[in-house]
Design a protein around this ligand. Sequence first.
Ligand code: T5A
Length: 208
Amino acid sequence: MIGRMITLEGLEGVGKSTNMEFVRRRLEAAGIDVDETREPGGTLLAEKIRDLVLDTADEPLPDLCELLLIFAARSAHLENRIRPSLDHGRWVLCDRFIDATYAYQGGGRGLPMEIIVRLEDWVQSGLKPDLTILLDTPIEIGLERIRERGGSDRFESQRLEFFQRAREVYLSRAEQEPERCVVVDASRPLAQVQDDLAKIIDLYLSNF
Ligand code: T5A
């Protein structure tokens, strides 16, 4: 039996981390063995790369270098964790994956999409999430939630236009791949967001 891969995506503060546990529990309640992970990160090596990408360093991180680090982390994550889990029939639940790369490095940073397409082909060799839930809010709402929570990393200090471009890429990818992506309005109260998540997961499971 081969496992399935589900990703949660969206901009800063939309509620991905908050809802990961909810989705995991819903899957586990259906008897599914879940491997919950995140990107960048998910293995010891990939978490070290995550620190390089997120920490505000003394030396500027060029955009292309950032992109390559993210794919380097993904390569370790895929070979050392995601593929082995899927091969053992586990379901991988991942906080961000390839859509974040198109949104942040392609949309936000403005790197050519063709480079990302080529790296995706090379690193992922066709592996894509089976289901992606895009939590979407107007940018100001997510950033306000982050401000209330306190602390910020290299991305959270970007300008509004960066997130506007990233959001447009997220939404356009979801529109182009409706069989894989579901968009949830995450600006509503958490209980309503989780009602939608429960329905999405139950519908997905009903197809097995
Ligand atoms: N990145 C990642 C790339 O640039 N390219 C890539 O390819 C990949 C994979 C990762 C960074 O890496 C970048 C993007 C990211 O900037 P991260 O910390 O994993 O960083 O991701 P963040 O989005 O920064 O994580 P956050 O924790 O900031 O956002 P979440 O997880 O979406 O938000 P969450 O769940 O922590 O919630 C934020 C606050 O809002 C509240 C929560 O209680 C919390 O206080 N909240 C709500 N409040 C009211 N109503 C609701 N519905 C709420 N939902 C949550």
